[in-house]
Design a protein around this ligand. Sequence first.
Ligand code: MN3
Length: 200
Amino acid sequence: MTFKLPDLPYAHDALAPYMSRETLEYHHDKHHKAYVDNGNKLLEGSGLEGKSLEEIVKASFGKNAGLFNNAGQHYNHLHFWKWMKPNGGGDKVPGNLLKKIDSDLGGLAKAKEDFVQAGVTQFGSGWSWIAVKDGKLAIMKTANGESPLVHGAKPILGCDVWEHSYYIDYRNRRPDYLKAFVDHLVNWDYVAEMYEAAAK
Ligand code: MN3
């Protein structure tokens, strides 16, 4: 396969004021594009050219650091753009997923709080997650380009806590960025779609 930079599913200014046009111009048009371009170069000759993106991420983890970092971040960002939408966030969670959040994560309010806390306490660059692990939902955090995929789980929601994701809009206030993400940006319909696929 060849990695390809997707278009954003909304205009660059559609997530303002919670995520600005300038942030998306850097984050999507430059950072994500660099993962795609570098990933394609590193994929050549790796022996993994014919595999799917998820297979490449899992197979390169711990074995081919350069390829893993770029392929992992490509995977994470492909979903990250779709995990957000204008007028997202809040409590509009589809029923099946909401029931699962109630039973596994102690309710939506606690799940959001723990998800924010995971992002706040991730030291340095990384991601906070809700993932499906052993049939149950779990809050996770990972460093750099890692994701639940390489820790025996399937991500259904992730928030990028690398500084490039929030420094233009929030400077050093990572907690405010994470809170705006859950309150105003999360596309719960896409989270539910990934939950249904992961639960199969
Ligand atoms: Mn990023």
